[in-house]
Write a protein that binds this ligand. Structure first.
Ligand SMILES: [Zn+2]
Ligand SMILES: [Zn+2]
Length: 203
């Protein structure tokens, strides 16, 4: 019998603690480094998403990407669907694994999930690069500066390009655009492109 009382007392205390916690959701959580992006993206989410969606529609990004080869490892209609999903990641932030899973759910795919993840990652990269390029070109930019992450995991081929100027319209022969090459030890090039804006540099 006394065990019952102890049990009830503990249960009551737990319920009390939970109710205290539940009463505090309005208290602002501190913005830590970890949740900063999430907080920022929640603030902007709907307006920002619509703006991006509109921008991508008017920029003719899908058309621009049409000129790039589709993955030969997938049947054309699946590769086209994957590319369309990759473009939507510009505003919905989905990851490569997530769109690869969606493709696998809807289609009989003969390659491994891992290979499909890599193709999805590359499509997302191309969409994002084309988007950045279109934006930069709209304000008159013709070139970008190659930026590596400047750490030990950057391969020599990428390191050589650090700080050099490239044309948005001409795909570098050795390894392609920033982020595209697979020469880095991780198999993942983390390089980025910093737009050269005409006013700033007079080019
Ligand atoms: Zn590299
Ligand atoms: Zn790189």
């Amino acid at each position: 019998m006394s065990n019952w009382w102890i049990f009830l007392a503990i249960a009551g205390f737990v319920i009390f603690l939970l109710s205290v916690r539940l009463k505090q959701p309005n208290q602002k959580k501190p913005v830590t480094r970890k949740n900063h992006n999430r907080v920022a993206s929640m603030k902007n989410s709907s307006g920002m998403r619509e703006a991006l969606q509109r921008e991508v529609e008017v920029s003719g990004l899908a058309k621009e990407l049409e000129s790039r080869p589709l993955s030969p490892k997938l049947p054309k209609h699946i590769a086209v669907e994957l590319r369309k999903l990759a473009i939507t990641t510009l505003w919905n932030g989905r990851r490569a694994e997530s769109i690869a899973s969606e493709i696998m759910k809807n289609h009989e795919v003969l390659i491994s999930k891992n290979d499909l993840n890599v193709i999805a990652g590359s499509e997302i990269f191309q969409a994002s690069f084309a988007h950045n390029a279109a934006r930069a070109k709209r304000v008159g930019s013709k070139y970008y500066i190659w930026r590596t992450s400047k750490d030990a995991a950057v391969c020599q081929a990428c390191a050589k390009k650090q700080g050099k100027r490239y044309s948005w319209d001409k795909r570098p022969r050795n390894g392609g655009y920033p982020g595209e090459g697979q020469c880095c030890p991780s198999g993942l090039c983390r390089c980025t492109a910093a737009a050269v804006i005409p006013d700033e540099f007079g080019v």
